[in-house]
Write a protein that binds this ligand. Structure first.
Ligand code: PGA
Ligand code: ZN
Length: 423
């Protein structure tokens, strides 16, 4: 049973404070979880509570959220069995009492929810992926590696937030990771040769000053070739457009043009025709439902269309998408919804409806590796956790290496099968 819950303020990968929680069980188990934080956040995400005290961390302190763990959430679940995750999470939600977790903060609630799951796994002496996924948890996800950063994650003019490489042709996760790292290094050389900056963005990808999507994709294709791989076979490509970030008053301000949603959709159709793109995330703004209906009917059978800001890991938003036939995939971020139970519910709802689900980091991360285990436990087949560089990103990839090793001969790498809609 849960005996005590502790919390502290720590730093995330951008140097901003975030919440870390420790749960103590009466058998002596102590387990810990840390909470990530986004930059290009969706308007419909659960509430991230920050202190607003300008004298500390520019107002971004999380001492109120820490106090919420100590004074409200901990006492609410003391005595609960840590294995009763659903009951624990329901109690946490009730203790907050608001629709969007704004009283105690989703950052406080998530930290407790994840630390309880880890404590239950540790107490049962099981790795987290096995505790959560049972005997069927054996598939290693394809890493969607973000190797060029733009948008809100870099100080460049590149509008698209993420350009990703997907090593689908590898036989194992370990090889997939190596392939991605080799392309990453080839890209660095290619950028350097053309006089481009090799400084990094928030998710460890390069942040060159490129004029647009096609220039970025061409650099990546060249890097794949230089590293000795074949684009379209060994690697597929992916984008996270994060289009909400350049949408205002009904207009998309994209690559120096003013576009309607349908015009932007035509641009994506052109890229899908010309490049081996398997996935496009948030190609339109988070509330452009009409635009999404049209885009999905045009492109939904050719490419994975992922709702991140669109669905915010929220079963209610996802259900609306299912009803309207909008997108065909959901990005899953634990702190967008705020409990493990609701996260798992969103994944189940998506998978039952034939949508893919991608476990994802945030641009602000910590050394916590929970999402690596979650990707295997939920059989998602895909994980998005940044470049194959920087410890906040690599921590998750390294955890997947350990999981693959632990599974031994039972391990299967999802590979191309994770992208049923790709050409
Ligand atoms: P965020 O970006 O964590 O800054 O929201 C990640 C994403 O948009 O997928
Ligand atoms: Zn996104």
């Amino acid at each position: 049973a849960i005996e005590a819950v502790g919390a502290r303020e720590i730093l995330d990968s951008r140097g901003n404070p975030t919440v870390e929680v420790e749960v103590l069980l009466d058998d002596g188990t102590v387990s810990r979880a840390a909470v990530p934080s986004g930059a290009s956040t969706g308007a419909f995400e659960a509430y991230e509570l920050r202190d607003g005290d300008e004298n500390r961390y520019g107002g971004k302190g999380v001492l109120k959220a820490v106090a919420g763990v100590l004074d409200v959430l901990g006492p609410a679940i003391e005595g609960f069995d840590a294995a009763d995750q659903r009951l624990v999470d329901a109690e946490l939600i009730a203790a907050d009492g608001t629709d969007n977790k704004s009283k105690v903060g989703a950052n406080a609630i998530l930290g407790v929810s994840l630390a309880v799951a880890k404590a239950a796994a540790d107490s049962a002496d099981l790795p987290l992926f096995r505790y959560l996924g049972g005997p069927n948890a054996h598939t290693l996800p394809v890493p969607l590696m973000n190797i060029i950063n733009g948008g809100a994650h870099a100080d460049t003019a590149l509008d698209i937030q993420e350009f990703m490489v997907l090593p689908v042709g590898a036989d194992t996760f370990a090889d997939a990771l190596r392939w991605g790292a080799e392309v990453y290094h080839a890209l660095k050389s290619g950028l350097k040769k053309k006089g481009q900056s090799t400084g990094l963005g928030d998710e460890g990808g390069f942040a060159p000053d490129l004029p647009g999507a096609r220039a970025a994709l061409d650099f990546i294709l060249e890097a794949i070739g230089t590293a000795g791989f074949s684009a379209g076979k060994d690697f597929l490509l992916g984008l996270d457009v994060a289009a909400t970030e350049f949408f205002a008053d009904g207009v998309y301000s994209f690559e120096k043009q003013k576009l309607t949603g349908d015009q932007l959709t035509e641009f994506w159709a052109g890229l899908v025709a010309d490049y081996p793109l398997a996935t496009i995330e948030d190609p339109l703004a988070e509330d452009d439902w009409d635009g999404y209906v049209h885009l999905t009917s045009e492109l939904g059978d050719k490419v994975q269309i992922v709702g991140d800001d669109l669905f915010v890991t929220n079963p209610v938003r996802l259900q609306k998408g299912l009803d309207l036939k909008v997108a065909n995939s959901i990005l899953v971020k634990v702190n967008q919804i705020g409990t493990l139970t609701e996260t798992l519910d969103a994944v189940s709802l998506a998978q039952r409806a034939g949508y893919t689900a991608i476990l994802s980091h945030r641009s602000g991360e910590t050394e916590d590796t929970t999402i690596a285990d979650l990707a295997v436990a939920t059989d998602s087949g895909q994980i998005k956790t940044g470049a194959p560089a920087r410890s906040d990103r690599v921590a998750k990839y390294n955890q997947l290496l350990r999981i693959e090793e632990e599974l031994g001969d039972a391990a299967v790498y999802a590979g191309r099968s994770a992208f049923p809609r790709a050409k």
